[in-house]
Design a protein around this ligand. Sequence first.
Ligand code: CU
Length: 155
Amino acid sequence: MKKMMMSFSLAGFLGIAMMSQAVAQVNVKNAWVRATVGPQKTTGAFLQIETKNEVNLVKVESKAAGMVEIHEMQMDGGVMKMREVDKVNCPAGKVTELSPGGFHIMLMNLKKQAKEGDQIPLTLSFEDRQGKKQVVSINATVKSMATSSTPMTMH
Ligand SMILES: [Cu+2]
């Protein structure tokens, strides 16, 4: 009887260990937001997504902005244009970069000016191929135009 109890608690322990591993599947790094100037109400947020299993970034929310969209920059007849996308695919084992000139997060109707050094909260929702959701909340640091024009690969 004693032996059985022990194997039960071991199973419980392993269960918890496996669960916490699943939670740590998606890692969001180096998040920053471009500082705004004066009455500007829109800015971009940029970050890196590292994931063990393939996921899609499907939604971003921020209490600092009235509206948040996921955008993509694309050349259209020689002109760079932005369009809204419903997801960003993040392949397994790779770092997906959201950066100026590519996919980015658009913060609209900002509630106040984003000043250098401010922290902007972002909540990212991911969905894997099975439709399982994972939510990651982070703070992005506001950087001025001068700093933010440096490529992110410097990290
Ligand atoms: Cu945009």
